[in-house]
Design a protein around this ligand. Sequence first.
Ligand code: PLP
Length: 395
Amino acid sequence: MGYSFDKIIDRRGSGAYMTDSLKERYGREDLIPLWIADMNFETPAPVREALEKRLAHQVYGYTGTAEHYWQTLIDWERRIHGWEIARETITFIPGIVRGIAFVLHCFTDPGDKVVVQPPVYMPFLNLPRANGRQLVYNPLIFDETAGTYRMDLENLAQVCRTEKPRLLILSNPHNPAGVVWPAEDLARLAAICQQEGVLVISDEIHADMTLGGHVHHPFPTVSETAATVSVTFAAPSKTFNIPGIVSSFCVVPNPEIRLKFYGFLEANELNATMFLSTVATEAAFTQCDDWRREMLSYVQENVEYVCHFIETRIPGIRAVRPQASFLIWLDCRGLGLGHDALIDLFVNQARLALNDGEAFGPGGEGHMRMNVAAPRAVLTQALTQLEAAVKSLKN
Ligand SMILES: Cc1ncc(COP(=O)(O)O)c(C=O)c1O
């Protein structure tokens, strides 16, 4: 169809975190923003048109949830991942981060332990901490041969045995390194968690953006045990660039966990849909296949472009090639800089706004996360600025 992912969109003044919080977060505004995980591409036209059509109606009153919304979610998961979901196992969630917080409140008490596998998406660390739970780490291992991370399942078994955590939060696929977990590893993780009585949250927000032929495995599909021990979250928000419209959903196959969790959500009216969410989700999941295919192919080319540029022109930085999504994890330890000097290099010398790896917990030190869902010309400019800044370090 020829979508224009090359089009540069000025988001300044729209209230976007990406552009409009630069001063507050980075201390200056003259930066190329490639940080927060939304795309610098237009949201697909069918989604915008469906929203405009609904907004053209004069009344934005309380709105029920049509049965076809749920069917759309079921059809999508079957078609994209071969995942069969029973209607009664799904509910709406007003954002995945909030969903994780709801699970935390429903299934754990202050002081309880929660396992995370750093370096990992910041709210996995911040939510348990902010709610008085204790974090237990099972750090990922960088596998030199594979050029990406793997889970340390031996250590996980030990951590679960000795620390007695109540919950494990899994990023499936993994943010920040874009790892698509092998089904066998997910099944082993499920078996360990079941044995030790640990509930698993599988956050699958990046699942619909696998790259290079990698296959995503929805957690509940990898084994009976996985289906039994888990709460899974998914959403159209990342893939179709609508994260400003809360539109996530949750799947819980285990009836006991479901009764407790959905009972909690319903008692507090936390799972009521919002009309713009259902409209946007249905349009995204039924009318945007071409857009998604072309977006992924553009992102894949961006990944190759950025990795090649860094490998050939920026010594001291190593890019971890993502297997899913549009985030590249940059190992900058080869530059030999301390934390403040690294941030100074990116912000004040290269004039780039990326995510500071330290925020992702242990193992994130000396890393930066770069969002490559941007027009190629923007990436070229960003990489050229970074190359010059790194060269000037050596002089
Ligand atoms: C792994 C992961 N989970 C959740 C979110 C955010 O989800 P939501 O906006 O639905 O709270 C993100 C956003 O970057 C993410 O990467």
